[in-house]
Design a protein around this ligand. Structure first.
Ligand code: BDR
Ligand code: CA
Length: 313
């Protein structure tokens, strides 16, 4: 089988960084056509920079990185320095990027690529707020039927929320964008907190990254060392949840994940529950299914895959 063509839309973020590294470490399964940055964990000038730093860490100075939207569709940007640190990529000391940022706007790159590639051959992989994707779908509605699938990190049902009591960060930051994506009619696979909170970097798992003895292995170990303090304090969990790598791991080993094809609506009006993913897990609403909402993960299989692939970089 030929490699699946993807565009990674991202707001790095340590877990975004690991997701990108995993994709770049799997050329047999994944062909990354480009990386589009969006404002999210930190402002856009840092997310596009972090994306280039990560590409260079992987030795992929040739990868094209595009900067996209610097603010949500209708709201003020909410960031997450309290989790990811001031730069978004705190932990390892990594050199300033030397590879250029592409001139083209990320939204235009997404539109052009979907129009140029054969219909149904490009998968979109959003790892941050859905602003770039929603803007592309609004500016160029003809691209929707050309998308093979959207595999995204976002939302929660059983875990409810992380940035508010009822909302997950990526959806909360730009709920109007999320609503456009979930109503687009495109086939969607969502990795909510219900799954990503099971992808915990325990001490032995982080030791395995460090033991790779490579710049990538050490950087990933240092990133998760930094990133874990927040979740350990908040949830009392055993380590950092690798949210976004669930997306790229799914492209390589979908059998590691299980979920339900259900209706998912986005709350855009309530102050109290803004950004909630109202996931009809129990199929009580009668509303048509629009997403495969994952619920479980083979965590051991996930970390074995991740460590084995990162070793290749
Ligand atoms: C999501 O929010 C960000 O902080 C992470 O990078 C991930 O994409 C988890 O809620
Ligand atoms: Ca992210």
């Amino acid at each position: 089988m030929s490699a699946r063509k993807i565009i990674i839309d991202t707001d790095p973020g340590q877990d975004d960084a690991v997701a990108i590294l995993l994709a770049l470490a799997a050329p047999e399964e994944i062909e990354v056509l480009g990386i589009t940055a969006v404002a999210g964990n930190v402002p856009l000038h840092l997310t596009e920079r972090n994306a280039r730093i990560v590409c260079e860490l992987a030795g992929r100075h040739d990868m094209r990185v595009f900067a996209g939207c610097d603010a949500p569709l209708k709201r003020k940007l909410v960031t997450a320095e309290h989790v990811h640190g001031k730069t978004g990529l705190e932990g390892p000391v990594l050199p300033d990027p030397t590879m250029p940022l592409q001139d083209l706007h990320a939204v235009q790159f997404i539109i052009d690529t979907l129009r140029a590639e054969p219909e149904g051959s490009v998968t979109l992989c959003p790892l941050g707020p859905l602003t770039n994707i929603a803007t592309a779908l609004t500016e160029a509605p003809d691209i929707a039927p050309r998308v093979a699938e959207i595999v995204l990190m976002g939302g929660a049902y059983f875990e409810v929320g992380n940035i508010t009591p009822t909302a997950e960060f990526n959806i909360y930051v730009d709920p109007e964008a999320a609503e456009i994506v979930f109503k687009s009619g495109i086939s969607i696979t969502a990795m909510p907190l219900d799954v990503t909170h099971k992808a915990l970097v325990t001490a032995p798992r982080n030791d395995a990254f460090r033991a790779l003895g490579t710049p990538v292995g050490s950087a990933v170990a240092q990133m998760t060392d930094f990133f874990e303090r927040f979740d350990k304090e908040k949830y009392g969990s055993a380590g950092a949840p690798l949210h976004d790598p669930c997306v790229t791991a799914y492209l390589i080993r979908p059998d590691l994940f299980s979920g339900r094809h259900i209706n998912v609506e986005i709350e855009t009006r309530s102050d109290l529950t803004l950004g909630m993913t109202v996931a009809d897990w129990w199929r009580v609403s009668g509303r048509p299914a629009n997403a495969t909402f994952m619920g479980d993960l083979d965590a051991e299989g996930f970390f074995t895959l991740l460590t084995e692939r990162l070793a290749r970089l």
